[in-house]
Ligand binder design. Structure first.
Ligand code: BQF
Length: 290
């Protein structure tokens, strides 16, 4: 069993980006600039945005955090989006999800200029990715592809079962894994809450990608000997023993599944840190196309 170390790999990618930025600055060019919009003060969202901003600083990017009250109207938020679209000093920006319930996420994502949509959530980027055109690829699927590629995990002709069909992880990773190219060429099945006989499906898989959000759902009896296991889950489970008051659990019963796996991502330290690194990569790409 080999651990797909997302912490180590994301640090390597960050170093690569840092060197590129340093070379840009040496040539007198402006560094990449990322902005993040955070509406409200959900604990997890604050943590995520915080690590994005800190990562920007680490690699030498400019960053701007725009914090807005949770009761902001959709109309007001759209005004901020228009300003960001028109800001020539900004290469890309993200709107941290989830948004408060009174705001229509789809409407907000549609308003983002696809050229600045470094999260890759705009339909234009989703469509372009699906058609194998240049596009911003959503950071989590992009991170999973990088892990598979850098660890030379063989995906060619393999059966990949993706559990979960979200627009941000499950659906896009299913598309990428079936496309031509490195970490692609897999035969992909998308499973979800309505799938019948899921255990039979996951047992037949060479690669299982869990993006369900149910802690420790995938158990050892559900996987084939030698399978590759990618765990996208990150659920905060209350735990009094822990200083923060919670523990982070993946969708995989790690200890038992690891014994059967050829490769496995840990939680924390697997897919999560890769997500941050690929957001930086997308921002660098946005800067390079300006
Ligand atoms: C780790 C996210 C659900 C909903 C909105 C490192 C992150 C997570 C875990 C992180 C996530 C999840 C992010 C670890 C960003 C990934 O060490 O395991 C980093 O910051 N993520 C987000 O911005 O929004 C989310 C999950």
């Amino acid at each position: 069993m080999e651990i797909l170390d997302g912490k180590k790999t994301s640090n390597e990618i960050r170093e690569e980006i840092k060197e590129t930025v340093s070379a840009m600055k040496d040539l007198g060019k402006r560094p990449p600039h990322l902005a993040a919009v955070l509406v409200g003060s959900d604990g997890a969202s604050l943590t995520y945005v915080g690590s994005k901003v800190r990562s920007c600083e680490y690699v030498g990017f400019d960053s701007t955090l725009i914090r807005l009250e949770s009761n902001i109207s959709e109309e007001e938020l759209l005004k901020h989006i228009q300003d960001l679209n028109q800001d020539d000093n900004l290469d890309g920006y993200i709107v941290q999800l989830p948004l408060p319930k009174h705001i229509n996420e789809e409407k907000i994502l549609l308003a983002i200029d696809p050229k600045k949509d470094v999260d890759g959530f705009h339909p234009t980027n989703f469509g372009r990715m699906s058609l194998e055109l240049n596009a911003f690829i959503p950071a989590t699927p992009f991170g999973i592809m990088q892990l598979l590629e850098r660890y030379k995990v063989s995906t060619n002709g393999k059966h990949c079962v993706v559990v979960g069909r979200s627009h941000i992880v499950g659906r896009p990773i299913s598309i990428l894994m079936s496309q031509k190219g490195p970490a692609g060429n897999a035969t992909v099945t998308v499973a979800h809450s309505q799938t019948e006989n899921l255990e039979k499906l996951t047992r037949s898989a060479d690669i299982v990608i869990m993006a369900l959000g149910i802690p420790e759902y995938l158990t050892a009896d559900m996987v084939k000997e030698g399978a590759v296991i990618i765990d996208v889950g990150i659920t905060r489970v209350p735990d009094k023993e822990h200083p923060k008051g919670y523990l982070i659990k993946g969708d995989v019963a790690y200890e038992e599944v690891a014994k059967k796996a050829s490769f496995i991502t840990p939680v924390p330290g697997g897919v999560g840190p890769m997500t941050i690194a690929m957001l930086l990569q997308n921002t660098l790409l946005a800067r390079q196309s300006n």
